[in-house]
Design a protein around this ligand. Structure first.
Ligand code: VG1
Ligand code: CO
Length: 544
């Protein structure tokens, strides 16, 4: 294999966000753009000669083209083996599992997750380290630094690889293995959950289910696990074919975007259980017949019931949640006397805690839950967890949720997103909020008295690294909270996320609509941040 050094100009915008580098496809298609970033990653890593790299993506537009380029760059940089999902496909949690199982040096996952796909939409790339998890900040900072001064990348003259035929081939010092993207992952799921019980519950009709793959990566995984292995009917998996443009939809599992599922779940003949996942398969939305489970509640319910699931029958060591996630899981941790960590948004902050055995289960309000079985959030894992729970408890989703609220109280929660705000306006909102942080504490707004207002900063308890400016919090004496932060995954302008929560202990008030129950806090949030006033908008773009 002949190595070529291609001269290149640096791009100044390759700073990875919350989860890898995400840009419009057109940006990635600029000469050397993808190549520069991949070379910048490899330049920032050490001692990988002869080692293994896992490679795959969510199948969106540009996936195959990018994989062929990356194969050549990885070969020229001296990797010994590339493990690639057939068709260039791997879900994010499956990639994480493969890195761990085959003790790979790391992996590259090509995805912009829940962002839309297609020639005019988004593409993304993220590097995962040897524990299977997203590269911590010190890596992504190094990638960005390197990308700003890079002047060449290495590639080879090898032919394009047939991504569709399973098997290994040797090209000089490089072994390329195309694997079934689903098999190892399906095996892992069988080692965690009670598949026999699930089969019985499905075949007896006790559980009827509907899963929306949103024309994204989880289609093949769901068909294999839910239909072929567990015996659910083929119609129970919808939008199961991964499409390069996700059928023109946002592959984002919430009630707005998974509307087909939402309609069926909120109808008279709804199945007992409904779920959806996102572009790269790491998110999950849980619903039952005529009920939607907020991700924050789902995390708390999973933590409270984990001991009923075979893999967690000895109990869990601790839990963690991202800062804007509701405090519901904190109540579970307090009751069971296990530690609860609060981390910044983004899965990379859970990695150290999982590696150190400090936590077993963790999650985010953004439809992400996971455990120590991999180092990413895991959509189908969460869905199987809930199915296993329903099968063991022999309760409906609604009953499980209500029982949980009775025991722990309800943390009523919502998130409002204002998308694609012009950057100067978004910055003015952030500045305006920042100015109030010192004056808000002690002020009263009706029954709400501000007890603290700050900017969240996190010190990693394992490696001592510090991450500052991770969102602004306004906490009230009654435990309610409003959190503001800018998204780090968007590709157009800035997205402001407003997270609002209030605790309700009174069982007779648990069935309220969240928007109504939080209406006073929603007004206060606008009073503090002035997003409507400053943008001229009247409503959030997405409410979850
Ligand atoms: C969003 C979510 C965050 C999640 C991230 C990646 O980030 O809020 O919780 O970890 O997406 O998820 P941001 O910075 O836009 O708020 V995924 O499924 O898009 O990889
Ligand atoms: Co995702």
């Amino acid at each position: 294999m002949q190595i070529e050094i291609i001269a290149t100009q640096p791009y100044n915008d390759q700073n990875p966000g919350t989860s890898g580098l995400r840009k419009k496809v057109k940006v990635f298609q600029q000469p050397g753009y993808l190549e520069n970033f991949v070379q910048a990653i490899f330049d920032s890593l050490e001692d990988f000669t002869g080692k293994t790299l896992v490679l795959g993506g969510d199948g969106r537009y540009f996936n195959r083209v990018a994989i062929q380029s990356i194969i050549k760059i990885a070969a020229a940089n001296g990797f010994g083996e590339l493990i690639i999902g057939q068709g260039g496909l791997l879900s994010t949690p499956a990639a994480s599992h493969l890195i761990r199982k085959y003790e790979a040096f790391g992996g590259l996952v090509l995805s912009a997750s829940h962002n839309p796909g297609g020639p005019d939409e988004d593409f993304g790339i993220k590097y995962n380290v040897g524990n299977g998890g997203p590269a911590p900040e010190k890596y992504s900072d190094a990638f960005f630094q390197r990308s700003q001064v890079i002047d060449s990348y290495k590639t080879t003259n090898i032919k394009d690889v047939d991504l569709d035929s399973i098997g290994s081939q040797q090209i000089d010092e490089l072994k390329i293995t195309i694997i079934d993207p689903v098999a190892d992952y399906a095996e892992l799921m069988q080692s965690i959950f009670d598949f026999n019980l699930l089969k019985q519950s499905i075949s007896s009709g006790y559980i009827t289910l509907l899963f929306d793959a949103m024309s994204a990566i989880t289609g093949p995984y769901a068909k294999s696990i839910l239909v072929d292995i567990l015996g659910a009917s083929p119609e129970s998996v919808i939008n199961a074919e991964p499409l390069e443009d996700f059928g023109g939809h946002h592959p984002d599992p919430n009630l707005a975007h998974a509307h087909e599922l939402a309609e069926r779940m909120f109808s008279v003949d709804a199945p007992t259980f409904g779920a959806a996942s996102d572009g790269d398969g790491d998110r999950n939305m849980i619903t039952g017949s005529n009920i939607f489970v907020t991700p924050s509640d789902s995390l708390a319910i999973m933590a409270a019931n984990a001991h009923l699931i075979p893999a967690y029958s000895k109990g869990i060591s601790g839990v963690a949640r991202s800062m804007p996630t509701s405090q519901a899981v904190d109540r579970v941790a307090a009751k069971y006397n296990i530690p609860c960590y609060e981390t910044p948004t983004g899965w990379k902050f859970f990695g150290n805690l999982l590696d150190a055995g400090k936590i077993t289960i963790c999650g985010e309000e953004s439809f992400g839950t996971g455990s120590d079985h991999v180092r990413e959030k895991d959509g189908l894992w969460a869905i199987l967890f809930w199915l296993n729970l329903i099968a063991i408890k022999r309760q409906s989703v609604a009953d499980i949720v209500h029982e949980h609220w009775q025991k722990f109280g309800r943390d009523i929660y919502c998130r409002h997103d204002y998308e694609a705000i012009e950057s100067p306006v978004a910055n003015s909102i952030v500045e305006h909020l920042r100015e109030q942080l010192t004056t808000l504490p002690g002020q009263s707004f009706g029954e709400y008295v501000v007890s603290y207002a700050d900017e969240f900063s996190y010190e990693d308890p394992i490696d001592g690294s510090i991450s500052k400016n991770q969102g602004m919090r306004v906490g009230f004496e009654n435990g309610s909270r409003i959190v503001f932060r800018l998204s780090g995954t968007g590709t157009v302008g800035a997205t402001l996320r407003i997270y609002i929560e209030r605790f309700e202990a009174d069982v007779t008030k648990h069935d309220q609509d969240a928007q109504e129950a939080l209406s006073e806090l929603i007004i206060l949030a606008e009073q503090f941040c002035e997003v409507k006033k400053r943008t001229g908008r009247t409503e959030p773009d997405v409410t979850t």
